[in-house]
Design a protein around this ligand. Structure first.
Ligand SMILES: O=C(CO)COP(=O)(O)O
Length: 248
């Protein structure tokens, strides 16, 4: 019912040449995939990636954007620029942006609303710290991020949003949440969506898991009832691994 979505988040990796080689290395191998395939790349690589993925089933995502269409915001990228390129998705509120670049629920929310109004599909990230988890606050923290990040998102638009549950303690650490732990939190997130939008709408929203996903654990993660995809960092950088993830 929900189309799975496997997204590679390259973070701050790859040059233009490497990005194009990557696409050329995977496009034939993923062309019959029944999942949505997405590469989330640094802004500078997006034009070359859009060109290289033309005529393929590979979607391209930015890793961040400003909520304003234009203005005096040195160093920022606007939704109009992304739309002009034909970028399909944008990752918003990744924990690294929250941690290192002062991203807050409020700015994430502005970006989600802006992305939707410009026809860009947001991949909104949420997740708890190790301390939150140890204090038993996981669901409270994650639900608060969901509610704040989705404020004023209409019932018509909610199914365009992809949520990515990424427990911070599992990112880049090799520690994966067990598939059951991930599914439990994601089911709780869906409950929150039910409260906000009703069951029918909530059932349409895709929720990914992210945090040390790799070819060896992806199929178990994807077999969970509420997990609709993966947002993958490190293991998305090599063509063989990425193809294996898409073919979970
Ligand atoms: O942050 C992540 C994806 O956005 C996860 O990164 P890793 O897969 O490297 O743990």
């Amino acid at each position: 019912m929900r189309k799975p979505i496997i997204a590679g988040n390259w973070k701050m990796h790859k040059t233009i040449g490497e990005a194009v080689d990557f696409v050329n290395g995977i496009k034939d191998q993923v062309k019959d995939s029944t999942v949505d395939v997405v590469i989330c790349a640094p802004a500078l690589l997006l034009p070359a990636l859009k060109e290289a993925t033309k005529g393929t089933n590979i979607n391209v995502a930015a890793q961040n954007m400003h909520w304003e269409e234009k203005g005096a915001f040195t160093g920022e990228i606007s939704p109009i620029m992304l739309k002009d390129l034909g970028v399909e998705y944008c990752v918003l509120g990744h924990s690294e942006r929250r941690q290192y670049f002062n991203e807050t629920d409020e700015t994430v929310n502005k970006k989600v609303l802006s992305a939707l109004s410009h026809g860009i599909l947001p991949i909104m990230c949420i997740g708890e710290t190790l301390e939150d988890r140890e204090e038993g606050k996981t669901n409270d923290v994650v639900n608060a991020q969901v509610i704040a990040g989705l404020e004023n998102v209409s019932a018509d638009d909610i199914e365009k949003v992809v949520l990515a549950y990424e427990p911070i303690w599992a990112i880049g650490t090799g520690k994966t949440a067990t598939p059951e732990q991930a599914n439990e939190v994601i089911a709780e997130i869906r409950n929150t969506l039910v409260k906000l939008y009703g069951q029918e709408k909530a059932d349409k929203v895709r929720i990914q898991y992210g945090g040390s996903v790799k070819p060896a654990n992806v199929s178990e993660i994807m077999s969970q009832s509420d997990i609709d995809g993966a947002l993958v960092g490190g293991a998305s950088l090599k063509t063989d691994d990425f193809v294996a993830l898409v073919k979970y």
